[in-house]
Design a protein around this ligand. Sequence first.
Ligand code: APR
Length: 188
Amino acid sequence: MPDNQLEIGKAILSLVVGDITRQDVEAIVNAANTSLMGGGGVDGAIHRAGGPSILEECKRIREESGRCPTGQAVITGGGNLKARFVIHAVGPVWHGGGANEATVLAGAYRNSLQLAAGAGVLSVAFPSISTGAYGYPVALASAIALTTVKDFLRQDSSITEVRFVLFDEHTYDVYRDALKKVGTQLKP
Ligand code: APR
């Protein structure tokens, strides 16, 4: 198994360097904010590539349910993207680690996977949530992200592929090191 992949039950967890808006998977996860009204980074890229229908759906969600709390996620269609769905997850802003950031970040990943499984998708792509504008240290965030996904996939979910799409080589390398550690946790 290459060092950027890990088999977990029937599922494959993999790491790639690339642009999440170009991934050929059934659902991509957005690193959103509580307003759901778009932003920069991944959020800006997904709304630009997906087109206005995604924002229209987000506005309807806002009217019905208000802001999306940090650590939670909502699901919309994929608009012009290859993906059928966009899952808008709100990660925590890093405040130094004493504000329950780790638990909230894990929740953002878990809630995204639950929405994906609920929508019946088999393949999901994640960005590195919270490690850009929200300042979460990548070394800490990657361990939380990969462990949370590993634990979810071991529950025998219907999802058979989870792909982390990292935007630069440094982030990829940090995730690859974290994946190695997660892999050793799996060995009997
Ligand atoms: N594909 C994959 N990864 C990307 C892309 C892309 N097209 N664009 C940026 N990234 C990477 C960043 O390099 C970073 O590693 O996604 C990671 C998350 O960065 P942000 O997009 O800044 O997300 P986050 O740190 O969670 O901050 C969210 O930023 O854009 C606003 O509206 C958003 O308020 C929210 C906040």
